[in-house]
Write a protein of this length. Structure first.
Length: 236
């Protein structure tokens, strides 16, 4: 019998294995595509006031004013107590009187890029100018409203509204996207007041509320600080 050529036999075996592997591979299920896991970005919220916030109040003059009459005054007494997202803030048309900017202009708090401003006073303090140029302020009522104004859109948005016993006495901008306000809220029998700081982040419409344990001392200073801030206006 004629022996088979070893080279030809090896070639036949190799081709057979190749065809078998191709056929077997076509029967296999397609492996699922592995998608890299994207970790959700979580905002880190300071439970104490940030250095940026404290620096703002230092530069506003309020820190020196408070420390001049308070023992053991310390911004670390403010602690984060609440945070919430507000998607339905009241927004109305901004239609100021002709004298609005003349009377309130120097008290408005503009963002660093001057595109927006905060109005702390016009809701409940009516400022008038006498013939001799003297400015006089009259309280319109016991409520307080702080507005965020967009002049280019001619819109005014209510940021904070407080009834009797509450006030917002200072405020401004940490940057073009973050508003900070300081005020107080008296208890029901008006025997003590709780100092509050609101921080509002415009892009995500989120409020952060900080409260201080120094309820009596800082409260009294906040009450009188408003008169200091509105220097040049005789409040009645």
């Amino acid at each position: 019998m004629k022996k088979a050529n070893p080279g030809i036999s090896a070639a036949i075996i190799a081709v057979s294995l190749f065809l078998f592997s191709c056929q077997s591979g076509s029967d296999k299920k397609k492996e699922p595509e592995i998608v890299p896991y994207e970790q959700e970005t979580v905002e880190i919220v300071d439970t104490l006031l940030s250095n940026e916030t404290i620096s703002f109040f230092n530069h506003s003059g309020f820190s020196d004013y408070a420390k001049s009459g308070l023992k053991n005054f310390d911004w670390s007494r403010f602690k984060l107590t609440d945070t919430w997202k507000e998607d339905s803030l009241l927004t109305i048309a901004f239609k100021p009187d002709k004298s609005y900017f003349e009377l309130y202009g120097k008290f408005l708090k503009y963002s660093p890029d001057s595109s927006l401003f905060i109005d702390l006073d016009s809701y409940n303090t009516i400022i008038t100018k006498e013939k001799n140029g003297k400015l006089t302020g009259f309280e319109e009522g016991p409520d307080t409203e702080i507005s965020l104004v967009n002049p280019s859109k001619k819109e005014k948005t209510r940021l904070v509204f407080l009834g009797p016993g509450g006030s917002v006495d200072e405020g401004g901008w940490l940057d073009n996207e973050t508003v900070v306000l300081i005020g107080l809220q008296y208890n029901d029998d008006a025997t003590s007041a709780k100092p509050l700081i609101w921080k509002y982040h415009l892009p995500d419409s989120t409020f952060y509320l900080y409260e201080s344990s120094d309820s009596v001392g800082i409260g009294s200073k906040l009450n009188s600080w408003r008169k200091e801030r509105l220097k040049g206006v005789e409040l009645k």
